[in-house]
Design a protein around this ligand. Sequence first.
Ligand code: ZN
Ligand code: FE
Ligand code: FE
Ligand code: FE
Length: 166
Amino acid sequence: MANKLNNLEDLFKHELKDLYSAETQILDALPKMVEKASNPDLKKAFEHHLEETKNQKQRLEEVCKKLEMDPKGETCKAMQGIIKEAQDMLKEDADPEVMDAALIAEAQRVEHYEIAGYGTVCTFAERLGYTDIKNKLAETLDEEKNADQKLSTVSKNVNAKAEASH
Ligand code: ZN
Ligand code: FE
Ligand code: FE
Ligand code: FE
């Protein structure tokens, strides 16, 4: 909603605001995921990504400052939905080992949404000739991909334990 999208530049800015809203929501939600995780590797992965997420939000603020735009003003409804689903999962009566597997399932949905979003803004930034901005956004894209990979790695142990749970 809000302003008319006349060109790719307008759409680029709209997508940056959407990501800013997503990161802000994730920053609120991640501490609960850290708390709920039992597997120490999973806890560590969430804690690490929480720190990265703080940087990612700041990076978006820097990018928006360069573009002389306010990062606020959009609500990412997709992330609201994904986080709502994750919060519902946290309330399930699950064995700790099974909860860990569930937390990974929810967190990877978050990461994949972010990978899609940052992939788009990187492509737009490149097209629009914003080289420095593109590089900054690509740093975040790499972090999101690594976070997803890390969760896949941790899931091997976690899923095995969930399978063996009584
Ligand atoms: Zn929108
Ligand atoms: Fe992020
Ligand atoms: Fe969104
Ligand atoms: Fe992420």
